[in-house]
Design a protein around this ligand. Structure first.
Ligand SMILES: *[C@@H]1O[C@H](CO)[C@@H](O)[C@H](O)[C@H]1NC(C)=O
Ligand SMILES: *[C@@H]1O[C@H](CO)[C@@H](O)[C@H](O)[C@H]1NC(C)=O
Ligand SMILES: *[C@@H]1O[C@H](CO)[C@@H](O)[C@H](O)[C@H]1NC(C)=O
Ligand SMILES: *[C@@H]1O[C@H](CO)[C@@H](O)[C@H](O)[C@H]1NC(C)=O
Length: 370
């Protein structure tokens, strides 16, 4: 009697332990891989490994990151890829492709190929010298696929890539670090703004087709931020605290054409591969009414110097605000973690004006049924 009940009891615990073990493995296997391409808004540390001036590997970058350490993220804490990874159930963010730790099982999580300073065009960000331009990022993606195939076989590798989520954030630098970098830049002498934008969009389309051919099937594509309203531009070009009209005009021409191009691509390939994330609108919400989102300012950067803390780089010698959650901008160009959280919230649940044709919650539900 006593024997029987204790063995039943023992059996119950064995089953429970087994279920718990299953539970702790299952989410890892079920979360989809995540790949990231683009510029400093999404670079998680690739540039740390490159001889470039476009880097965020010294304090106070990372002051709110776990361990309070700089990692190469252009944020006080987490960046947009970190927060998306969290939302799709990954237990860790994909590592920078340049990281020597990206080996073995870590490859299954995905990889981050982004490199601060790059643009759609090869000639954007030349002043940063040694960065990984978009075609370079795609070449590394191919190399990644070969390494993954060695690990899990080519069929599994192909499946992992086609079921993955991809994020691509690029384009802002084609304005601020190319066309408008200096007066009479080569590109601004070559093209009037509307023609330059047409050229950018057609080059972006080529990049996205290449990504599609490499196997990507769910790709979040973000627009530019409010380029003319970032603290750097308020300091350099703004008029009486107003945004730079020229850069705002560029954004207002570029973003709708990007959305239209993505729409056209989806029509051509007859499926919703490319998802347009209206980051300009997301940013605009808190830039135009910072207090509604708990910010005391959307004009002054937390870290920097000069008017709006908008001049030069964020370094240990810069002004630094005590509470990063109260600032929409961490440095002269990049949002704070708090702002990144608001953006990712909209990516997850935004209505059609924010996420077209659908938000990430809907995508996750759709894809889990396949
Ligand atoms: C940029 O470089 C890639 C290869 O490095 C090339 O295929 C592409 O045509 C270049 N784009 C332009 C606009 O020159
Ligand atoms: C549409 O897609 C097909 C293949 O998917 C491609 O061959 C064709 O060039 C594309 N058309 C346009 C206008 O891009
Ligand atoms: C920073 O501000 C946020 C938002 O108002 C607040 O919740 C938090 O307690 C503040 N943190 C510190 C350390 O004062
Ligand atoms: C996502 O988008 C759909 C369709 O636009 C909308 O109905 C839904 O409320 C949004 N939010 C969530 C959490 O799905």
């Amino acid at each position: 009697m006593l024997m029987a009940s204790s063995s039943t009891f023992y059996g119950f615990w064995m089953v429970l332990v087994f279920l718990l073990a299953l539970g702790s493995i299952a989410p890892l296997a079920e979360a989809r891989a995540f790949f990231v391409f683009g510029d400093s808004l999404v670079d998680s540390g690739n540039n740390n490994y490159l001889a470039t001036t476009a880097r965020a590997d010294a304090p106070p970058y990372g002051i709110d990151y776990p361990g309070r350490r700089p990692t190469g993220r252009f944020s006080n804490g987490l960046n947009i890829p970190d927060l998306i990874a969290e939302q799709i159930g990954l237990s860790e963010s994909p590592l920078p492709y340049m990281s020597p730790e990206l080996n073995g099982q870590k490859l299954l999580v995905g990889a981050n190929f982004a490199s601060a300073g790059v643009g759609i065009l090869n000639d954007t960000g030349v002043q940063f010298v040694n960065i990984i331009r978009m075609y370079g990022q795609l070449e590394y993606f191919q190399e990644y696929k070969r390494r993954l195939s060695v690990l899990v076989g080519s069929r599994q590798a192909h499946q992992l890539v086609s079921q993955a989520l991809v994020l691509i954030t690029v384009g802002g630098n084609d304005f601020v670090n190319n066309y408008y970098l200096v007066p009479y830049s080569a590109r601004s002498r070559q093209y009037k703004l509307p023609e330059y934008i047409k050229f950018l969009i057609s080059e972006y389309r080529r990049l996205l087709m290449r990504l599609y051919k490499l196997g990507a099937r769910r790709v979040l594509v973000t627009g530019t931020g409010p380029m003319g309203c970032v603290p750097a531009e308020l300091a350099m070009r703004g008029t009486n605290g107003g945004c730079s009209e020229e850069l705002q005009r560029a954004a207002s021409l570029y973003n709708p054409q990007l959305a239209q191009m993505l729409n056209g691509l989806n029509k051509n390939i007859s499926r919703d591969v490319f998802i347009s994330a209206n980051t300009p609108k997301m940013h605009n919400d808190f830039v135009s009414d910072p207090r509604a989102f708990g910010f005391t300012t959307s004009q002054i950067a937390c870290c920097g110097q000069g008017p709006y803390n908008g001049l030069g780089l964020c370094t240990q010698l810069s002004n630094l605000c005590p509470n990063r959650s109260l600032y929409a901008f961490w440095d002269p160009f990049h949002p704070s973690e708090k702002a990144n959280r608001l953006i990712v919230q909209q990516i997850m649940t935004g209505s059609i004006e924010y996420m077209n044709p659908m938000n990430l919650t809907t995508i996750m539900a759709l894809d889990s049924r396949i």
